[in-house]
Design a protein around this ligand. Structure first.
Ligand code: IMP
Ligand code: MG
Length: 175
């Protein structure tokens, strides 16, 4: 497999993560019980960096989903594989996603987490494929908009490869 071509460099990612953490830290009150809900597996590196840059108290939960159907596009039917462990009722939830493509996954997650009766639900995604949206879903904190291309690195994979690259790069599926 050829090396991915750099789309967003490590330096760009790190400075954007710092900006997002500043924004989030300013938007929430220090007395709010903020719970960061990372979506496995893709968000694990973003969540690790973002959470350590926040200057307000926060706890961490994880959730896992999978899309029905084969292929790389999600079909719209999203299935919960692992729910949050802790009680999030009355707390402020911030969903931390790696990438928003069609938007089906994030939309499902918002509804799912709202059923736990939290005080609020907001969304944060490192990357969004703006042209790929099939459903309208609000990303409150967004790192970067990109075109409709498959990206890897910084948590993102193609067939489980390249998740731990420090940058976000483009691969062509034929590589
Ligand atoms: P959506 O439901 O179409 O928005 O799909 C979102 C999920 O698809 C993300 O959480 C990723 O797991 C996966 N995904 C979509 N595009 C990419 C990509 O370019 N690289 C890696 N994973 C992706
Ligand atoms: Mg994901």
């Amino acid at each position: 497999m050829n090396m991915p071509v750099v789309l967003i460099s490590e330096e760009e990612i790190q400075s954007r993560v710092l900006e997002l953490a500043g924004q989030i830290s300013a938007d929430y009150d220090a007395n709010d019980e903020l719970v960061l809900v990372g979506v496995l597996k893709g968000s694990f590196i973003f969540l690790a960096d973002l959470s350590r840059r926040l200057t307000i108290p926060r706890t961490i939960e994880f959730i896992a989903v999978s899309s029905y159907g084969s292929g790389s596009r999600s079909t719209g039917a999203v299935r919960l594989v692992m729910d949050v462990r802790g009680n999030i009722e009355g707390k402020h939830v911030l969903i931390v996603e790696d990438i928003v493509d069609t938007g089906h996954t994030l939309k499902y997650l918002i509804g799912m987490l709202e059923s736990h009766r939290p005080a609020s639900v907001r969304t944060c995604a490192l990357v969004r494929k703006a042209e790929s949206a099939e459903v309208d879903v609000k990303v409150d904190y967004l790192g970067f908009d990109i075109g409709n291309e498959w990206v890897v690195g910084y948590g993102l994979d193609y067939a489980e490869q390249n998740r731990t690259l420090p940058y976000i790069g483009v691969v062509s599926p034929d590589d």
